[in-house]
Design a protein around this ligand. Structure first.
Ligand code: CAA
Length: 257
């Protein structure tokens, strides 16, 4: 499908989705939101795709929700239109998404990165929730996800002052999994995505679901859930193949069953 505000490239077992509104630093407007939702719906049912890299430009992953679009909206406009509600579908996407972030990831951009399964940051990345400076607050999950990533004190400081965090601080704080020189970011993200896409996709989906469960439940319930899913994996062909391949000292040939 042809998109106006994003590009989608399918490369072997992975997809690369690039935010592409350079004149607005990839600010998230209705069109971009709808296109992202459509692209991920397409990837979800594409059996060849095992993992997606979501990225932006060198200057900005995304500088937030589109302020010019929101400026004149009323309460009823955003309530009836369920402004940015589409992002819940991306957060619920069952396959892994790696955010490859260079430059600004602010407001909705930071929130979009946090919706992904992990964030690889270029050394140029800057994260922030500056909405308070616009007289509002984060509205696509920032108050909740940022707090879970970096703890209350830092999240409170960032959301109340609007200050940005550089890549080194983001790594120290647990917001990103790794910092990579900017010129190597996309290659590294693609390498990680290809590695994931080469695993049993059944095991990948179950692992993602189970880690995400840790955000929604108590430790005891989470461990019980993990045990049940782990047991269920013994009903898959990929468990037999993976373990047999190890014993036979060869690479596994997973069939995602
Ligand atoms: N919405 C709409 N347009 C934006 C934008 C945004 N979030 N961020 C940048 N732009 C536009 C600018 O208006 C500018 O357009 P023009 O050339 O037409 O003037 C263009 O992108 C380039 O931006 P700048 O000239 O400002 O670039 P800079 O390098 O001087 O500054 C920046 C970069 C610090 C990121 C600055 O653009 C900025 O502060 N942007 C806004 C960041 C922000 O407040 N984000 C939060 C948005 S609210 C939100 O996200 C709510 C939510 O949680 C749902």
């Amino acid at each position: 499908m042809a998109y106006e505000t994003i590009t989608v490239e399918k490369r072997g077992g992975i997809a690369i989705v690039t935010l592409n509104r350079p004149k607005a630093l990839n600010a998230l407007n209705d069109e971009l939101t709808a296109e992202l939702v459509a692209a991920f719906a397409d990837i979800e049912v594409d059996e060849e795709i095992g993992c997606t890299v979501l990225t932006g430009s060198e200057k900005a992953f995304a500088a937030g929700a589109d302020i010019k679009m929101m400026q004149s909206k009323s309460y009823m406009d955003v309530y009836k239109g369920d402004l940015f509600g589409g992002f819940d579908r991306i957060a619920a996407h069952p396959k892994p998404i790696i955010a490859a972030v260079a430059g600004y990831a602010l407001g909705g951009g930071c929130e979009l990165a946090m919706m992904c399964d992990f964030i690889l940051a270029a050394d140029t990345a800057k994260f922030g929730q500056p909405e308070i400076q616009l007289g509002v607050m984060p509205g696509i999950g920032g108050t909740q996800r940022l707090t879970r990533f970096i703890g209350k004190s830092k999240a409170m400081e960032m959301c109340l002052t609007g200050r940005m965090m550089d890549a080194a601080e983001a790594e120290r704080s647990g917001l990103v999994s790794r910092v990579i020189p900017a010129g190597e970011l996309l290659d590294e993200a693609i390498k990680a995505a290809e590695k994931i896409a080469g695993m049993s996709q059944t095991a990948v989906a179950m692992t993602k679901e189970t880690i995400n469960r840790s955000y929604e439940t108590t430790l005891a319930e989470g461990i019980r859930f993990e045990r049940r899913v782990f047991f269920a994996m013994f009903a898959t062909e990929d468990q037999k193949e993976g373990m047999e391949a190890f014993v036979e000292k060869r690479s596994p040939r997973f069939r995602n069953r």
